[in-house]
Ligand binder design. Structure first.
Ligand code: MF3
Ligand code: CO
Length: 250
């Protein structure tokens, strides 16, 4: 599939999809506390998404059974919410959420500490977020796609963290996953030329230890192979002639 350039009308719909998803994330972030089950997070997220008149785009996506991906500690992404998975003080939890507004998708992820967490865990969360902002400094019309990948890698590698290579960011629009794929690690080529009107989900997934990941028997949950903590930070962005517009963060 070719990379799509969104029209002014489509961009307005993407903006609204992003604005509503930011509200969902903010409300979920405030709800996180020790003792909460990961299923409760999913139930609240689905209620919020539907309450805004939107559709949870993850639900039933390739058979994924929930609306919010909830990934705890060494879980990288795509954790399946469960009633018996209870958040404990000191855990870190990644929430990945998305919705469809009038046919247009948004996608964003945040990692939170549950109660008081270790300084090392907080640093992983903070630097994962920072790496997203380093990456999108390069996200403008005329630059190349892998300028983003290279900038994320150059920033995060300083800390000795492992950049997950088996999962990548992506274009987004009338579908959750559109071309192009956006790796978070350095590339030898330049990649396609970025153009104003492209909408992209940039999403570094960073392990405190090695970059290798494994899939659990539920066929969804991705974990760090060495058991180290993992953080995820994602926003849907719009390429412009200048600074990118972050659609899922105001
Ligand atoms: N944000 C996730 C991604 O871009 C979407 C999760 S897909 C699901 O891959 F099926 F797990 F919902
Ligand atoms: Co995504």
């Amino acid at each position: 599939m070719a990379v799509t350039i969104k029209s002014a009308r489509e961009i307005d719909l993407m903006r609204e999809a992003g604005r509503l998803l930011e509200k969902v994330h903010n409300e979920l972030g405030q709800a996180i506390q020790p003792g909460m089950s990961t299923l409760e997070i999913d139930r609240l997220g689905e209620k919020l998404i539907r309450g805004y008149g939107c559709i949870p785009n993850f639900l039933n996506y390739n058979g994924y059974p929930a609306s919010i991906c909830v990934s705890v500690n060494d879980e990288v992404v795509h954790g399946i919410p469960r009633a018996d998975r209870i958040l404990q003080e000191g855990d870190i939890v990644s929430l990945d959420a998305g919705l469809i507004y009038k046919g247009y998708h948004s996608d964003a992820a945040r990692t939170y500490g549950v109660g008081k967490i270790s300084p090392e865990a907080q640093k992983l969360i903070d630097e994962t977020r920072n790496s997203f902002f380093e990456g999108i400094k390069m996200a403008k019309d005329g630059n190349h796609l892998y300028d983003i990948s290279n900038a994320i890698d150059a920033y995060i590698s300083k800390f000795g963290y492992g950049i997950v290579r088996d999962l990548v960011g992506h274009g987004i629009g009338t579908q959750l996953h559109e071309d192009p794929q956006i790796p978070n690690f350095a590339q030898r080529r330049r990649g396609l030329k970025l153009r104003a009107g492209m909408t992209l989900a940039v999403e570094p997934m960073i392990n405190m230890g090695r970059c290798d990941v494994a899939w659990m028997d539920d066929d969804w949950t991705v974990v760090s192979d060495d058991g180290s903590l993992s953080a995820h930070y994602e926003n849907t962005i719009l390429i412009t002639d200048g600074e990118p517009e972050i659609l899922t963060l105001s």
